[in-house]
Every structure is written in structure tokens, then in C-alpha cells.
Write a protein that binds this ligand. Sequence first.
Ligand code: GDP
Length: 361
Amino acid sequence: SLTIGIVGLPNVGKSTLFNALTKNDVLAANYPFATIEPNVGVVGVPDARLTKLAEIFSSQRILPATVDFVDIAGIVRGASEGEGLGNKFLANIRESDAICQVIRAFKDENVVHVDGKVSPKDDIETINTELILADLQTIEKVLPRLQKESRIKKDVAPKVAAVEAAQAILEEGNTLFSAGILQGSEKAELLHDLHLLTTKPFLYVFNVDEDELVDDDFKNEQRALVAPAEAIFLNAKLEQDLAELDEEDAMELLQSVGAQEPGLATLARVGFDTLGLQTYLTAGPKESRAWTIKKGATAPEAAGVIHTDFQKGFIKAEVISFADLVATGSVADARSAGKARMEGKEYVMQDGDVVEFRFNV
Ligand code: GDP
């Protein structure tokens, strides 16, 4: 499955956040025999629709979609120079599908900042500089060979142009992601085998003081720093406390700081979206469940997530939108109201589709 690597300078609250994440680990709750890796937190993506489906179908359990967060220790200035920890750090990032930067905004004189002062802007620059330098090194290693090759093989020219363009962006101090070279795009495809770090989607977690959680001016300033990446605001210590409370007490604590939902819930949802994922829903007496697919997946591809035989033998998908199902109250009523659609192989799955597949075995 796809993973999000958590990175950040020392002392910004990564471990605190990661502890809260692992306390929410859905593997532990739903798959008692799963192997739980120490540096991976598998977090459920909260989805109120599942609760509603479980009511309609009297489901015994609810299985949300999940996101895997990986704790990547050890960003240090000079990581790109490839010393010890630095190498391992870059290798771990290369294996992640998205990069989540934790940025310190909380002020606490008892917690030392590695650079002596709390400055989100400077910290973001420090981390991005390491990633940018690493990408520039990768490019400098392959570009001369590619340029030579393109003098003989004409079809290498577009790739050389893409690599040179990437180099120019990086030399100006910008990440490829922020310059709009997004994974999956044509330009990114030409760069694919270079495994550049800064084409990965970024998201930013600002670890803020409680009063900043509800300070819109402050939040908009930080958002501007990281756009087009998403910014999430949370207090890591508060998240750790929330993770230890039952639902009712957690809600009370949240309300006392003026927040709508736990920061981890927002993080899971935004992270899931940043990875380019979406869900479709199935429901029955056994379980109500969200299944993870890539945005743009077709009905047979979606069926394949449940079982490869479902994809091979795919005939049709019976699809009811969640809203129609709730409005009509049951599958039978949705059918008689003409709200159940039979979709074929070309159908592109939509968010909120409640699905039953028909297939040959
Ligand atoms: P890491 O080095 O990035 O993993 O940071 P830690 O999670 O170990 O946190 C470093 C120190 O900052 C610890 O003493 C934490 O208790 C403290 N800390 C973490 N998050 C917060 C926060 O939101 N507010 C305050 N005041 N302290 C925090």
C-alpha cells in the first residue's frame, strides 16, 4: 500500500505526533494477528457515511480506509551530502509515496529549537533545501550521459529537455512539486526513473500552540508558505491526550479548544487525498466497509481490490449513491425508485458509490 513519510527537524514534535498516530492504529483494533511495524502507523480515515451504512444494514463492524504513516527519523542539515544517517534518511524518503513535513510553530522555552528560534518559514526552507540538493545531485549524475545519448538517439531529446527544465527549477530553490511537476503528469513520467524526491506530493503539519488552532490569520499565513501543498494545524501534545481518551471525553476536550475534529482525523483525510486515493463503499450484515482505489479507477479495477477473481470475472456493478441510499432507506427501495444503476466495464468510480459487484467465477 502507499505510504506517507513523516519528516521534520529534531524537537518539532514528530515522535509525539507519531505516538498519537500509533495509539490510533486500526490494525491493532481490527486485525489482531497483523504484524505491526514499529515505525509504521496505520490510521483509519474517518468516514461518517460508514456509521450510517452500518445502521441501515445492521452491520456487525465498520472497516474504514486506512493510510500508512512512516516515521522517518534523522533529517539533518547536510543529509544530501550523504553522510551516514543522511543516506538512510534519503533512502527512506525515496520509498515513501508522499512527504509529510512536521513544522514547529509552538513556542515553549523548555523545548530547544535546533536553530535557536521558532520560524516555520526557515524550517521549511532548511528541509526543502536538503531535498532539492539531493535531487540536483541525482540530476548531475545522469544528465551528461543523457545529453550524449540524445546526440545519437533523437527520441531521448524530450527526456533531456525535461531533466534540464527540472534542474533549472531546483537551482532556483524550488521543489518540483511546487512548480507543478506532479506525479503522473507527462513531465513527471519523463523523470520517473530518476526517482527524484521533490516530485512527490508534499503536505505540511504545523505543530501549533492551542490558541493558534483557531487563529485564522496565523493559519492563512502558514498556508501561503506551503501552497499548493495542504497545511494541517494541530497540537501534537493535545493529539496524544485525545488518543488516550474515550470518544465522549475526547469530544469535550476538542470543544474546549474550539476544534471540530482531532487533528489526526484531518491528517488522515488530507493524507489519503494527497496520495491520489479515493474510496467506494460496500455494506452488508457482516460489515460496512470503505475500499481504497486510485482516483479515476474503473469498476473492474475497483472490484479487483476486493479480489482478483472479481476483476477477472467482472460482469457489472450495481451502484447506488450514498445519498440515494440514505434517502430511500434500503437497497430494495432504492431499486424500486430507479436509483440503482447497472454499470459496466468502462464506468469510472465516483466518491460515495455504494457497490455490489456481479461476476463470473
Ligand atoms: P521530535 O524530535 O521531532 O520527535 O520531537 P518530540 O516529539 O520528541 O518533541 C520534542 C519535545 O517537544 C518534547 O519534550 C515534547 O514533549 C515537546 N512537544 C511536542 N509537541 C509539543 C507541543 O505541541 N507543544 C509543546 N509545548 N511541546 C511539545
